[in-house]
Design a protein around this ligand. Sequence first.
Ligand SMILES: NC(=O)c1ccc[n+]([C@@H]2O[C@H](COP(=O)([O-])OP(=O)(O)OC[C@H]3O[C@@H](n4cnc5c(N)ncnc54)[C@H](O)[C@@H]3O)[C@@H](O)[C@H]2O)c1
Ligand SMILES: O=C(O)CC[C@@H](O)C(=O)O
Length: 392
Amino acid sequence: MKYSCLNPIAPIGLNIFSDSYENTDNVDEADVILVRSASMHDMEFSDNLKAIARAGAGYNNIPIEKCAEKGIVVFNTPGANANGVKELVIAGLILASRDIIGGVNWVQSIKDQPDVAKLVEKGKKQFVGKELKGKKLGVIGLGAIGVLVANAATHLGMTVYGYDPFISVDRAWSLSRSVIHVKNREDIYRDCDYITVHTPLIEDDDPNSNTKEMINKESIGKMKDGVVILNFSRGLLVNDNDMEEALKSGKVAKYVTDFPNDKTANMEGVIAIPHLGASTEESEDNCAMMAVKQLMDYIENGNIKNSVNFPNCDAGECVSEGRITILHRNIPKMLTQFTAAISVLDVNIANLVNKSRGNYAYTVIDVDTSVNGEVVKKLKDIEGVLKVRVVK
Ligand SMILES: NC(=O)c1ccc[n+]([C@@H]2O[C@H](COP(=O)([O-])OP(=O)(O)OC[C@H]3O[C@@H](n4cnc5c(N)ncnc54)[C@H](O)[C@@H]3O)[C@@H](O)[C@H]2O)c1
Ligand SMILES: O=C(O)CC[C@@H](O)C(=O)O
């Protein structure tokens, strides 16, 4: 098996690959790809490519539908970098409230003058800030990161409002009881002094699901004067032109973004961080280890965990003579055709697992005899089949 890395992936993760895996710089010959933020939208995928692992949470850099059509399973590593991001969000809240950046830069500008200590005491009043305690924080998106941020902010003495119409049961369980549950974004816009967004980038006609440019002229208009907005999710969650206008008018006091671009990097009132949310040793290690383990389990056992385009499926380790995996469309009569194709060739089925997700499905078939090429060809010829693999 060959793997290719489109971005630097932590060695502790790559070291998990056994001797049966070899690194290649030629993406076309790779069986699996590991990626962080590199855009894959313009890439052509070879027929040999079986899986892509995003060592991180957001996967908007990967064309997951195009991959599904080619039978390429895309994984991400949910939660693996959430603590790293949470800590930087807390730093962002503090940087937006206390002019630490201005103060530190000012000290650098006076460092060669005589009696710096005296100048500091005289000049520090220009950097007076505000405390977070007692202020209201709105958290939009209560996933791995949003929950950690919300919980941590309650410990800073903030009153925290949380909004997530799609919150999972697990996340809801881990959310502090002090977090006030709100059912629409408007309540957050109206009441909060600080608003932080922790949703994926989603482009959808339904305004409740859409997150692209959800921070825009209209939503900012509903916010308190002097609100602070933090964006550690994706640059496109915010309309930059509308933000520029709001910063100029003072409607928004500060915009903290982890995704600077040509426009925001030059805007007054923006605290621009160079996408450092997940750039900690711990987060990079966690993401790399999780990504590699998921890829190996898929390659060696056919199991799918944390996929973003196919259903999860745990068939365990194969104890039968052979295992065939089939990625296919989620349409009627597929299983009947699979079992018919296999039984014609006198192969006995020992176990069968079938899972579906939206337009796609996945079937794992364990057989009592070794799998021959004829079976594979028959399965591949079935209309709606996207990829067939003999795992064992
Ligand atoms: N700055 C960084 O380095 C960095 C690191 C990790 C993640 N991220 C970004 O942060 C995002 C969130 O990461 P996560 O690990 O918390 O992901 P997650 O999948 O655990 O959480 C996302 C949450 O958003 C919610 N959500 C989806 N659509 C929503 C909507 N329209 N309104 C309100 N809530 C909605 C989901 O229900 C889910 O609970 C990622 O998608 C990624 O874009 C950035
Ligand atoms: O890989 C990174 O450094 C950033 C990852 C982050 O944007 C994510 O979505 O997980």
